[in-house]
Design a binder for this molecule. Sequence first.
Ligand SMILES: NC(=O)c1ccc[n+]([C@@H]2O[C@H](COP(=O)([O-])OP(=O)(O)OC[C@H]3O[C@@H](n4cnc5c(N)ncnc54)[C@H](O)[C@@H]3O)[C@@H](O)[C@H]2O)c1
Length: 341
Amino acid sequence: MSEPGSGVIGPGEPGERVPDRVIAEEMGEEITDSLRRVRHAEETRYRAEHPGEGLRERKRRLTRHLIADVATAMFASRGFDAVMHFAALIEAGESVKVPEQYFDNNSLRTLTLLRMMLKHKVSRFVFSSTAAVYGEPQSVPIIEDHPLFPTNAYGVSKLMVEQMLAWLNSAHGLRYASLRYFNAAGATAARGEAHRSESHLIPLLLQVPLGQREAIAIFGTDYPTRDGTCIRDYIHVDDLAAAHLLALQGLEIHATLICNLGSGEGFSVRQIVDLARKVTGRDIPVRECPRRAGDPAVLIASSEKIRRVLGWNPQCSDVESIIASAWRWHKSHPYGYRVAP
Ligand SMILES: NC(=O)c1ccc[n+]([C@@H]2O[C@H](COP(=O)([O-])OP(=O)(O)OC[C@H]3O[C@@H](n4cnc5c(N)ncnc54)[C@H](O)[C@@H]3O)[C@@H](O)[C@H]2O)c1
């Protein structure tokens, strides 16, 4: 790809790993420096406008504020060819309690971003969508034509964006890729998985050998699966990053791309715990708990489409390697991106 620049909106693990790779493979340092400068300038301006705001509150509000203001400044300051959009609130359980925050942050603010793109004639968009748009699967592996009935507001907020994208494509020719991630996991040397309030299985269970948690809770042991626990599909962030680059390039040929992003293989919670015991060499006690509402028994992607259409070929999504990479990162970053308490 020879274009001058792509914007990347939203921190987070996929949202940081992809830029690493885009920077390494596609963009010049000059462009990334310019993005960093715009972001830094916006943060400085925000701090000046909100004197006396505590660090925690500032971080929380700044995050929300950034997507609109940094994007405005970035669009105004230079031309972009494409935007990759990762920023979102991501907790399905929380989304059921405060759906308005999810619709505001994930749907409405994305519309603001899309309007900005139209205004500045940026014609390619790569969107982090989710398996949650499918809801309870009627068949697995899940293909992209599977009915879309999300069971939480998070999934709805992402589906709304997908629907907006379809309309903006037909009205204005906006080219877009919607990548429906299954479970992004694993780490590189520099980036690992550490969410604001952790709810993902692998980082949670690695807290046990790190001495930060006594046991890992297994929610539901009576599902109709081989060992009674839920089955999920895990994809390494590096393979996810590779898919984003392929999607960006693919939009030169395809006007729209809607693809699952999963390995096509499923692993039960117990299997993941056993593999984590093997990788870490530690005992990881489990606590068996009742099912959580809204957890489908099995979520496995069909990854046939993305392999066929974009030539995606995951290299690091063997689940034991995913856990091993996560373990290496968590050992060297026991508090994630936070400083030790
Ligand atoms: N991790 C997964 O397994 C998974 C699965 C499906 C989809 N996704 C999608 O991938 C993307 C990244 O997820 P993640 O796992 O890295 O989550 P994450 O919570 O680590 O990252 C999301 C980031 O977006 C930021 N953000 C939220 N609203 C913002 C706003 N208005 N302006 C600026 N920043 C904002 C958050 O502060 C956070 O740093 C999300 O869009 C998520 O929906 C992730």
